[in-house]
Write a protein that binds this ligand. Structure first.
Ligand SMILES: [Zn+2]
Length: 247
């Protein structure tokens, strides 16, 4: 069904599922026409999701901020389908898009820029240890930021009330010093033996975890199969949607 471009479950906001000559068809409804405006507001005026949300509300569509962002990112609205059961594949749907693919890509280009607002590469180069380092007070991963006036980077803890804040250069220097503790100054043939032994030790210590991981993976696969089975039954209308909510 999905592979033929037919959306199996309830369509997203802006669409209705109707029966035309005994065939289930997904059609754009009045809300869909208003949602089309949301994409245009983003593309033409670069409105924030908050501003779009307000305009939609004044047009009778009340949504939370996150829903607006989700809608703008959903390729269903340009006529494509992406579904968990398709394993990440994108297919042309049999429903009409409320916007063109070009407009969808344009809007998502703007969203990607405004979400980050900075060059990811530059930030990674200057603060490579963010999320790797953890706060010594509350154990949360540290984030990095720049004080633009001074052009100095810092790592800080994002826990409210925790004041951990360190100059990045100072922490980098300290990190290099710590790495030096692990330098093994031995001849190559001895290093080779140490490496072999370290691998054996590691495998011994982690054996329990590997077994545990296998069990968790098996359980996960079972659950995935159950979900797919339930979805298939739902598509076949053997069970009603409201009887499986909460799963
Ligand atoms: Zn902290």
């Amino acid at each position: 069904m999905l592979l033929q471009g037919n959306w199996p479950t309830k369509p997203p906001l802006g669409y209705n599922s109707v029966n035309v000559n005994g065939k289930r068809t997904i059609v754009i409804n009045a809300k869909g026409k208003i949602l089309r405006q949301a994409f245009l507001w983003k593309a033409q005026e670069n409105l924030t999701c908050k501003a779009i949300r307000q305009r939609l509300a004044s047009n009778g569509i009340a949504l939370c901020h996150q829903r607006v962002a989700d809608i703008l990112r959903n390729p269903f609205y340009c006529g494509l389908i992406v579904h968990r059961m398709l394993d990440g594949a994108i297919l042309p749907g049999n429903h009409e898009g409320i916007i063109s693919k070009e407009l969808f890509l344009q809007v998502n280009g703007i969203l990607a820029e405004t979400t980050h607002g900075y060059s990811i590469k530059e930030e990674n180069d200057r603060i490579p240890l963010k999320r790797f380092l953890h706060c010594d007070k509350c154990s949360q991963p540290l984030r990095g930021y720049i004080v633009k006036k001074k052009n100095i980077y810092y790592y800080k803890c994002s826990t409210i009330g925790c004041r951990t804040n360190r100059n990045a250069n100072v922490l980098h220097q300290r990190f290099v010093e710590i790495l030096e503790w692990f330098v093994l100054d031995f001849p190559v043939d001895v290093l080779h033996l140490i490496k072999q032994q370290a691998i054996v030790n590691f495998n011994q210590y982690s054996r329990g975890y590997v077994e545990q991981q296998t069990v968790v993976k098996q359980n996960y696969m079972e659950l995935q199969k159950k979900i797919v089975r339930l979805e298939e039954r739902l598509i076949g209308e053997e069970i009603r949607a409201n009887s499986i909510t909460g799963i």
